[in-house]
Structures are given as structure tokens and as C-alpha cells.
Design a protein around this ligand. Sequence first.
Ligand SMILES: Nc1nc2c(c(=O)[nH]1)N[C@H]1C(S)=C(S)[C@@H](COP(=O)(O)OP(=O)(O)OC[C@H]3O[C@@H](n4cnc5c(N)ncnc54)[C@H](O)[C@@H]3O)O[C@H]1N2
Ligand code: MOO
Length: 390
Amino acid sequence: MARGTEHGTHRTWPSARQAAGRLGARLAPVPRELPLERALGGVLAEDVRALVGLPAFDAAAMDGYAVTGPGPWVLVGSQLAGAPESCAVLHPGEAVEIATGARVPKGAESVLPYELAESGGGRVAGEIEPGRHVRWAGEETAPGETVLSRGSAVGPAALGLAASLGHETLPVLLPGVSVVVTGDEVTTGGIPGEGRVRDAIGPMLPGLVERAGGRVERIRHLSDDRGALAEAVADGDADVVAVCGSSSKGPADHLRSVLAELDAEVVVDGVACRPGHPQLLARVGNTAVVGLPGNPGAALVAVLTLLVPLLSALTGRPDPTRETARLPLRGAVSPHPVDTRLVAVRLEEGAAVPVGHDRPGSLRGAALADAYAVLPPAWDGGDVEIVRLP
Ligand SMILES: Nc1nc2c(c(=O)[nH]1)N[C@H]1C(S)=C(S)[C@@H](COP(=O)(O)OP(=O)(O)OC[C@H]3O[C@@H](n4cnc5c(N)ncnc54)[C@H](O)[C@@H]3O)O[C@H]1N2
Ligand code: MOO
């Protein structure tokens, strides 16, 4: 699965993706009990049960009158939602004017909506259907019932449901990613000065990570300092450390030596793809370390090759960028003789159309594109695999 290149022993692009998935399946992220507002996008680490029934009490489903026994009924009170109880027990022949969501008195048989009622002189009349227009306690969900299963994704509706069932927090798998952006020349604001460059990878990562089921917890910017990089990579709190830059073999590229010093298991050391060949994947204890090339376009390809499959496997979800259907490629492209090439494309009328501007140092093509088309080594012009951009 690996082959020698001028850069050493690189894995093939498909094998690198698989290796990232296998590492993710091997590492167990620690479940976290997160407040509801932070649990969005996670995967449930345990079943979620109803702490209260739904509804929690017998409630009116319409504005009108709670009644019992045969009509007409004598009005004995009124009940708004959330207001103190005005009538504890309703007796046959009695009615309470009631608002939607208000607790119906004990003994009430049904609610007669205003539209169907005739009222006046302290009395109400109308046709009722026994049991209608009351949301009976527990009829939707019984207390203690399992409503969401372990392994399911937490979407916005799940958060609302959990709140209505009495939960403050949810137990989720949501791998935390610590991002380390390296480079003396990299700046974080304004127009970069002579010889400097604005960080283009830090702003791109949170959205990509979130899409793959993780969360960027921290972004640090480091100069090309070996000691600081070693400290950041050894961060035991993160499930994943993503190091941007420092992936190549220049005098300021310390990642490989730092990993050796930390006795890391190096899983992928270079990938036979363009762009993005210096990418790297390693394990330090229970933390995965992903080395993203400094060139932003190459970093994005490395995210799709290593980081997204890793995060997906950590939470047991399918890789959201994978497409099963292959598409014809419409436009001029030049495959690489021995490496896989990823070309930024728009998806138009069942074909992949190159958008250009996809050199390793640029994100312009990726920002215009829907996806990357994957050209295998020495591509013969057949239909191509598609990797969706989030
Ligand atoms: N002798 C070799 N040199 C290089 C090789 C090689 O195989 N042999 N590979 C080239 C390729 S391909 C890439 S990609 C880069 C990878 O370099 P690093 O990951 O070590 O990154 P740097 O050297 O720090 O930076 C490369 C390039 O990207 C700019 N950069 C860095 N960080 C950012 C950022 N956060 N946002 C925007 N731009 C960034 C940096 O200024 C450089 O221009 O190595 C080649 N060299
Ligand atoms: O392959 Mo590099 O990763 O050209 O930018």
C-alpha cells in the first residue's frame, strides 16, 4: 500500500484515508456531559430517557372550556397556562374557561373550543366529543421511556426534546480538536506585511471539523519554536491535535522530530497525492496528531484525506464528504503520473467541472467549488470519485 517517492515512503491516497478511519475506530474519545447548548453536533454516548412524561400534566389543547358530564354547564372558574389552579376538581355539569396549555381540572372529560361553544349568563352549551382537545399526561411519552438511542446524532430538535423532558445536559461523543498554527511569517489580522502571510487555515478548520462531528476547542499560533510545538502536541486534553505547517523537511519544520521525541506511533508519513503530499498522521497516547501542510489548499486536501475520516470514525459516523456515485469530468485537467490528484470542481448537470485556481497555496478554487474530483494516478479519463466540500 505504500511506495517510495522522491519524498520517502508515501501512502497511496485511498490507503491514507483508510488508515485515518482505522485509527479513529481504535481511539476511544471520552464521552462528555455537555450543557444542551454545547451538545449540538455530537453523537449520544448513552440512551436518553424521559425524566418527565410528555405532556407532564393533563393540559388543554384548545382555547375554550373544560367540561364534564352532559351540558349545558355552569361556569365555575377560569384557568390560564402557568396560573395557580382555580378549580381543583370539576363536577358533572360544571365548566372552567381554559387556555391552551393550561392544566385541566381533575374530573374534566374534554375541552369545548370557543368556536363550538355558546356562552352567556354564566353558562356554556355545545356538542362535545369525550376525551377531545385534551393532551393527556404521558400520552406522547411515558416517564422513564427511552426516546433517543446511543449512537444517534444530536440535532437541533433533539436539544429541544431533551429540554422538554427535563434534561440540562447530554452525554455525547464530540471529539475536541486543538489547532496549532505554526510559522514565524503567519499573522492573524489585517493586511500582511512584506514577507508575511495571513493565517488562512485557522479560519477554515472549525467549519470542517464541525461537519465531521468534532469541535475546535482551541486555536494557538506559534512561532517556529520546537519546544512550544512539543508542548502543544503533547496536549493530553485534546482528542485530536491538528498542526498546520511544519509538515515538510525544512529547517523550521519540527513536527517529525517532535513526534519522534514523544515516541509517537506514526500512522501516515506522507501521502501520494497532489496537493498535500507532506501530510502526516500519528498517535501520541490517546491523542491523534494530524500534520497539515502549510499551503492552505494542500491543508484542505489533507483535512479531507486524514482529519475528516479520523473524526468520523471517532464517533462512528459515515464520512460526510464521501459520495458513492462517480461522475464524468468535463474540462481539461492533467493527471499526475504516479500520485492521486485532487481537482476543485463544481457539480453541474451530472458532471464535475473544474473551477481552476486550485494551486496548493490558494483556497480560491476550493471557495468556488462544490467538491474535489479525485483523479487516480495516470488517470485514463473514466468517471471520477467525488469528495464533497462542506
Ligand atoms: N524540500 C522540500 N520542500 C518542500 C516540500 C518537499 O517535499 N521537499 N514540499 C512542499 C509542499 S508540497 C508543501 S505543501 C510545503 C509544506 O510545508 P510545511 O507544512 O512545512 O509548511 P511551511 O513550510 O510552514 O509553509 C508552506 C507555505 O505555506 C504558507 N503557510 C504556512 N502556514 C500558513 C497558514 N496558516 N496560512 C496561510 N499560509 C500558510 C507558508 O508561508 C509557506 O508559503 O512544503 C513544500 N516544500
Ligand atoms: O503538495 Mo503541497 O502539499 O504542493 O502544497
